[in-house]
Ligand binder design. Structure first.
Ligand SMILES: [Zn+2]
Ligand SMILES: [Zn+2]
Ligand SMILES: [Zn+2]
Ligand SMILES: [Zn+2]
Length: 493
């Protein structure tokens, strides 16, 4: 599936270290490269999960080494065999825990150990692909995770598991740094989030407006990297290392904490986030003003009302605190089962904060993103029973989310594919309702159904690049079938 012709070159500068540059013009959706993980395993702070397939386990252990494993098949899976031998030889077993659903720091050593074992197996790949990776050792030493890693990973593997004759402590700590700085979160077969380290993906530079997308395939965790938009030869390839819908304050804080750099991309530098208003607040002291950071690249800079006559000012600390409070409130909504309450409570929260946030602020937009997926899919709100006013609400929020995606993650992304799929249904039902009520002719109906057909075609094209067993991949197949059915139904009109 991956061509041998290279679509990129590796370059180096002071700002990014090593980074990738397109070496020819690329089309939207074009495959740029595939990458095989050097190692895959649990991320820090996860509850006990099977070391073969990563489903959560409850007191089921490997018969050979005594570490969490769900089944006989997983005991001898390729993921687990090498470390199984290490633990069995050293007679180091997983220590029983009281609660199998809370974080088990014992598992923190697994992925570093897998990197070390992979290094032994493939020293060449280690030397050329992993060894040169950024570790930000000085910055990491100041963080709590450094001492936690020293105990849970470095001392545990070297002293307790008696690996000192193979790996010294400095090397193990370096591996922890390589993983912390360069690994990415990936979905596992069990739907559980784990981490993997991809040498080439890791050297892609970051931007909060990325131009590439990546897809992880579930059978072997290979990653495919594609152009999201047309990219010209000579342009940098940019991946987004953080959640793209977050506001600038939250994104930059995450990037400093976990990736050790201050992002100064053109989106971060713009107080309005390129007119998406993901960070914008409404002013409570005047009618039309909005509150924006005076300098978004300066964490402590004041926030100020845009209306010169108003002049209201507040500190970034106050903004951060307010965001954290509302964020905690909206996160509670994520715990709700999909059902009528999940819709109604989100709508109520949007109403409650209407006068605080810009309608496209990150917090309101995330709520709307969830609503776009709930309307038409839950009890009492099934798509064929939604009144026109709620079909129109679903259309409105899908379009609002898509308008923001156009700017911050332009091109052919999973999120766009999913939103286009959501948009097709209410458009289709609205058109049919109008026709059913005798308000439009069959020719006008055909005309109106062109947009949902286009939504389905774009959604199918984007999502069929995803793993066929992932929710996105499955939606892609459904979009394709729905499009074919809709086109066929037009012919019989
Ligand atoms: Zn398993
Ligand atoms: Zn084992
Ligand atoms: Zn940025
Ligand atoms: Zn004001």
């Amino acid at each position: 599936m991956c061509s041998d012709i290279s679509h990129y070159t590796i370059q180096q500068n002071d700002k990014y270290g090593r980074y990738l540059v397109a070496s020819r013009d690329l089309d939207a959706g074009e495959l740029i490269f595939c990458d095989t993980p050097f190692a895959v395993g649990p991320k820090p702070d996860t509850p006990p999960l099977c070391l073969g397939c990563y489903v959560p386990v409850d007191n089921t252990l490997c018969s050979r080494c005594g570490w969490p494993i769900c089944s006989v098949e997983c005991e001898s899976s390729s993921q687990h065999v090498a470390e199984c031998a290490v633990f069995a030889t050293a007679k180091v077993r997983f220590q029983p825990v009281d609660d199998w659903t809370t974080c088990a720091p014992q598992l923190d050593c697994i992925t570093p150990l897998r990197v070390l074992l992979a290094k032994e197996k493939d020293p060449h790949r280690w030397q050329y692909e992993l060894e040169p990776m950024e570790t930000h050792t000085e910055a990491r030493q100041k963080k709590q995770t450094w001492s936690a890693d020293q105990v849970n990973v470095v001392n545990f593997l070297v002293d307790h598991c008696k690996l000192g004759n193979k790996f010294d402590k400095e090397l193990v700590q370096k591996v922890c740094g390589i993983l912390e700085v360069n690994s990415v979160e990936v979905p596992s077969h069990g739907g559980f989030s784990i981490r993997a380290i991809y040498p080439r993906l890791a050297i892609t530079a970051h931007s909060c407006v990325p131009n590439i997308v990546h897809t992880v395939l579930s059978n072997d965790y290979r990653v495919q990297v594609r152009a999201a938009i047309p990219i010209k030869s000579g342009e940098n390839l940019y991946l987004c290392y953080t959640y793209a819908l977050s506001p600038t304050l939250v994104r930059r804080e995450f990037l400093v904490e976990s990736k050790f750099f201050y992002c100064d991309c053109h989106r971060c530098a713009d107080p309005t986030e390129l007119n998406t208003h993901l960070s914008t607040l409404k002013c409570s002291k005047c009618d039309d003003g909005v509150i924006l950071p005076t300098n978004p690249l300066e964490n402590e800079a004041m926030w100020m009302c845009s209306d010169k006559n108003c002049g209201f000012k507040t500190s970034s600390a106050a903004i951060r605190k307010m965001l954290a409070v509302v964020q905690a409130e909206t996160e509670q909504l994520d715990a709700l089962e999909p059902g009528p309450a999940a819709i109604e409570q989100r709508e109520a929260t949007i109403k409650k904060y209407k006068s605080v946030f810009h309608p496209r602020h990150s917090i309101l937009l995330s709520l709307k993103h969830s609503l776009a997926q709930l309307y038409g899919r839950v009890e009492e709100y099934n798509i064929d029973e939604l009144p026109d006013v709620l079909l129109e609400r679903k259309v409105e929020i899908c379009r609002l989310v898509l308008k923001t995606l156009d700017v911050i993650t332009p091109g052919e992304t999973r999120m766009r594919g999913m939103m286009l799929y959501e948009l097709h249904a209410p458009l289709m039902f609205l058109a049919r309702n109008e026709y059913g009520a005798g308000l439009i002719t069959s020719d006008q109906l055909k005309e109106k159904l062109q947009e949902p057909i286009k939504c389905l075609a774009d959604s199918a094209r984007i999502l069929q690049r995803e793993d066929p067993h992932s929710p996105e991949g499955i939606t892609g197949q459904i979009a394709q079938q729905s499009m074919e059915q809709l086109i066929a139904s037009l012919e019989s009109l």
